[in-house]
Design a binder for this molecule. Structure first.
Ligand code: SAM
Ligand code: DTB
Ligand code: SF4
Length: 359
């Protein structure tokens, strides 16, 4: 059984990444079998609960307000729309619903209250609930946990060195800070990145090095192949070669043996045989459903046929951890919390102007 290491070096990871592919896949498949059931695949469905109009400038993103893409901005979804999406995700075999919002960070307002209600509603349907809402504070992470959240997705995206080429409106350290806040709330961490943005093999390995320094390692690491979106600065990037995707999945598998490696965006650009190699190299999870957040993904029926051919099965919820408990007292609404703070300042009394409030 390979050990869980937090002391990997750049050189070691790069040496793994550059091995002859045939040896690399063999070793990754061996590690995969030591730590996971290779026929078991965790399947998540994505739901964009707030689309477009984001203030950040992430160079790959269809949802940044800074680029002219075909994505239309929408308001936050209502609870019923979320329940409906969760029901259909469950019926199609997903064990997790991942709700994404095009936000730089979470603000303590009525919209966050609504997200907490969404989390609780999906939790009550016995699905694992994941959110990806941008940067969050420790308090916000704790309120999400109290509402029944199981995982928080926040990608480091690339190496610290290459990060500045892709995003200027927040730093690599900001991403790590949110991951620390997520851990303080005892949520499981989902953090990975994208390949195919013009980064070097060293950048890919340095991203894995940064993930390997997180203690404990993230429970889930998504490896996304860039989906070049018209209107974004990365619209003309070549589709990442399948061999790079397999190499990256295999290297992630070896460096983070206990982690679930998620074969994420970019699957519509791959053949069935290419995806089969990714599963062989240690991918243990996918996003299912014909849409990711704003870009296409393979049809569920196509994925099910692939699972059938490869002898894979979709994992049931909470196979890798306990169902969290809901703490009604902690995930109180913003207005309830604000009132509490306002009237509890020691030594400070506020006179109510009753006649004015009647007017
Ligand atoms: N706003 C939140 C954030 O940035 O954390 C959540 C949503 S964001 C769309 C989630 C992740 O999706 C990004 O960190 C990035 O890794 C991935 N992603 C976004 N656009 C992509 C694209 N065009 N191709 C591949 N991955 C993409
Ligand atoms: C992740 O790493 N990949 C997912 C999920 N986390 C939120 C998102 C992929 C988005 C692909 C581009 C889009 O559909 O907008
Ligand atoms: Fe906004 Fe997230 Fe897209 Fe960056 S990746 S522009 S933070 S939605």
């Amino acid at each position: 059984m390979s050990s869980i290491r937090y002391d990997w070096t750049k050189e070691e990871i790069l040496e793994i990444y550059n091995r002859p592919l045939i040896d690399l896949i063999y070793e990754a498949a061996t590690v995969h079998r030591q730590h996971h059931d290779p026929t078991d695949v965790q399947v998540s469905t994505l739901l964009s609960i707030k689309t477009g109009g984001c203030s950040e400038d992430c160079g790959y993103c269809s949802q940044s307000a800074r680029y002219q893409t075909k994505v239309e901005r929408s308001e936050l979804l209502g609870i019923e729309e979320v329940r409906k999406a969760a029901k259909s995700a469950k019926q199609s075999g997903s064990s997790r619903l991942c709700m994404g919002a095009a936000w730089r960070n979470v603000r303590d307002n009525y919209e966050f209250d609504q997200v907490l209600e969404m989390v609780k509603a999906v939790y009550d349907m016995d699905l694992e609930v994941c959110c990806t809402l941008g940067m969050i504070t420790e308090d916000q992470a704790k309120r999400l946990a109290a509402a029944g959240l199981y995982a928080y997705n926040h990608n480091i995206d690339t190496s610290e060195e290459y990060y500045k080429e892709i995003i200027s409106t927040r730093g690599f350290e900001d991403r790590l800070k949110t991951l620390r806040n997520v851990r303080k709330a005892k949520l499981t961490v989902c953090s990975g990145g994208i390949i195919g943005m013009g980064e070097s093999p060293e950048d890919r390995c340095n991203m894995l090095l940064a993930l390997s320094k997180l203690n404990p390692h993230p429970e889930s690491v998504p490896i996304n192949g860039l989906v070049p979106v018209e209107g974004t600065p990365l619209e003309d990037q070549e589709i990442v070669p399948i061999w790079d995707m397999v190499r990256m999945i295999a290297t992630t598998r070896i460096v983070l043996p206990d982690t679930t490696v998620r074969l994420s965006a970019g699957r519509t650009q791959m053949t069935d045989e290419g995806q089969a190699l990714c599963f062989l190299a240690g991918a243990g999870s996918i996003f299912a459903g014909d849409k990711l957040l704003t870009t296409p993904n393979p049809e569920t029926s196509k994925d099910m046929a692939l699972f059938q051919s490869l002898g894979l099965k979709a994992q049931r919820p909470y196979q890798k951890g306990e169902k969290p408990t809901v703490d009604e007292a902690v995930y109180k609404t913003h207005s309830e919390r604000v009132v509490k703070i306002k009237w509890s300042r020691p030594g400070h009394t506020i006179e109510r102007n009753e006649s004015a409030s009647c007017k």
